[in-house]
Design a protein around this ligand. Structure first.
Ligand SMILES: [Mg+2]
Length: 244
């Protein structure tokens, strides 16, 4: 049986927040975005990367919505604006350059089935599903399976019999860990010590990069390919592996 793996898109492999940041700047101007950001999160003094360094230092190029520090009203305005952008979902940068091609390569080498799940809202232009597929294809993943879903990811992971899931939101990870048998990997952009305790309790594995997530998936795959007897020996020995 091939390993069947679910991947979230935004905040996991696609850098939605930096695209939103660009649009927020257009919409509200540098002053508003900079000022509101400055209030809560003073830019790191070495923030050489851009005009505005709103990211926490340890965050690999992502901006959580919270870090835009927009009011609820401004966030709604931002989304209204984004929804009018033709094929917005095809325009995002990757969160780690080359990551989609790496997932595609591993999937083809190791015979993995990959399913991308997203709750992206629709925008002007093509269907969100098609926009997302075009984006994945443009970054090196041929024939991607994408599902735009609204309901519980845990139930979906269970119904699709996923072996593993990679997501950047702790609440999604918890839901998947509770509702399905999938091994859950949390892509966490903050300090590892801030990972919610509930996630750790349920065996969710936090990682800080997709590269780490891919390494864990390879481990899981290797373990599954071992004969059952070896697996049980390892379990008895209490080796640390994602199948435990
Ligand atoms: Mg996400």
């Amino acid at each position: 049986m091939p390993l069947r793996i679910g991947f979230d898109l935004d905040g996991t492999v696609a850098d939605m927040y930096s695209a939103l940041h660009v649009e927020a700047l257009k919409l509200f101007g540098e002053e508003v975005v900079a000022k509101s950001a400055y209030k809560k999160a003073p830019a790191s003094p070495d923030g050489a990367e851009g005009e505005l360094s709103l990211e926490p230092e340890d965050s690999p190029g992502t901006l959580a919505m919270a870090e835009l520090h927009l009011t609820a009203r401004q966030q709604m305005q931002l989304w209204d604006h984004v929804k009018k952008i033709e094929n917005f979902w095809t325009t995002l940068p990757e969160l780690e350059p080359g990551v989609i091609a790496r997932i595609a390569k591993l999937a083809s080498e190791r015979n993995w089935e990959i399913i991308f799940l997203t709750t992206r809202p629709s925008t002007a232009g093509e269907l969100t599903q098609l926009q997302s597929q075009r984006w994945l294809d443009a970054h090196g993943f041929r024939y991607p399976s994408v599902f735009v879903v609204q309901r519980s990811r845990g139930k979906i992971a269970d119904a699709l019999q996923l072996d593993a899931f990679v997501d950047d939101r702790p609440e999604n990870c918890l839901d998947i860990a509770v509702e399905s048998k999938a091994k859950v990997i949390l892509v966490w952009h903050g300090h590892l010590k801030d990972v919610p305790a509930g996630a750790k309790r349920l065996g969710v594995r936090p990682v800080q990069t997709i590269s780490e997530a891919l390494a864990l998936l390879e481990q899981l795959d290797d373990i599954r390919k071992q004969p059952g007897i070896l697996r049980s020996i390892k379990r008895v020995l209490g080796r640390d592996h994602p199948d435990a």
